[in-house]
Design a protein around this ligand. Structure first.
Ligand SMILES: [Fe+2]
Length: 265
């Protein structure tokens, strides 16, 4: 099976531009690409910062855009989201007993756990004891299934992250996907494979060792995640790329001195 990991769409009401870009236009382009080239995916998972200010108007705008997506989608909350406004507009998304947007779904024989790291009014996320207790309940019922976890915030410096690592380490989670960093990022944390992708909108410049945050318009990606025989392969897809396609075996293409000289396909 395969699914899409997309993140940080930052949709605005009336499509007000953000950092010189159209949030709606960017998401619509991603949806068009999925509808055309990724029709076999089981679902699209959107890991938070669904909208920019967490208002009802923004969620209504998001709901309208998502009507065009032809495969199922799942949502979770990031620091730019608002829990109550989200629930007003997306009333069908499951909520746990404490009001957090946390749920589990299954596709084929695989299990997907969605957690809520939103700490309202703060940029940093939080996994409080209530939310971790909910996860304990989910893991307790786990049978031998490949299980995947989705959060908005990276777990590395997340309050509650160490407790999370204790709970999901030892192979209990196959892969942890998150957003927030507006950058493609892949590696492992406490032995757990982790990854994130670009935002569909603006990106964060990688500034190693510097505390100055800068944005940029590096092209966006979403990831096509392939899960086959227990293996996880993540293919970031630069869905706005409009560069020419060419045959790798074409002599004329190999010898082209510029993109304009590439033979048409
Ligand atoms: Fe974001």
């Amino acid at each position: 099976m395969r699914f899409i990991h997309m993140t940080d769409m930052h949709i605005t009401a009336e499509d007000q531009p953000l950092y010189g870009l159209s949030p709606r236009g960017r998401l619509e382009a991603a949806i068009d690409c999925i509808n055309q080239d990724f029709t076999d995916v089981a679902f699209v998972m959107m890991t938070g910062d669904l909208v920019n200010r967490g208002t009802v108007g923004e969620y209504k705008a998001l709901r309208t855009i998502l009507k065009d997506l032809q495969v199922p989608h799942y949502l979770l909350l990031g620091n730019h989201d608002g829990r109550e406004a989200f629930r007003q507009v997306f009333a069908g998304v499951p909520v746990d007993d404490n009001g957090f947007i946390q749920y589990v779904f299954e596709v084929e024989d695989k299990r997907f756990i969605v957690m809520d790291t939103l700490d309202e009014g703060k940029v940093a996320g939080l996994l409080c004891q209530q939310r971790l207790n909910w996860l304990t309940g989910q893991l307790d019922t786990q049978v031998q299934q490949d299980t995947f976890l989705f959060l908005h915030h990276p777990p590395l410096r997340l309050e509650g992250g160490e407790a999370l690592a204790e709970m999901i380490g030892g192979g209990r989670i196959k892969h942890l996907f998150f957003g927030h960093v507006h950058r493609p990022l892949h590696g492992s944390w406490r032995g757990i494979p982790i990854s994130s992708q670009h935002s569909t909108l603006h990106q964060f410049v990688y500034t190693f060792g510097s505390s100055i945050m800068q944005g940029c318009h590096e092209p966006p990606t979403f990831a096509a995640v392939n899960v086959v025989n227990g293996n996880v392969v993540i293919n970031p897809h630069s869905y706005l790329d409009a560069s020419p396609r060419f045959s790798l075996r074409s002599k004329a293409a190999m010898q082209a001195a510029s993109p304009e000289e590439l033979p048409p396909q």
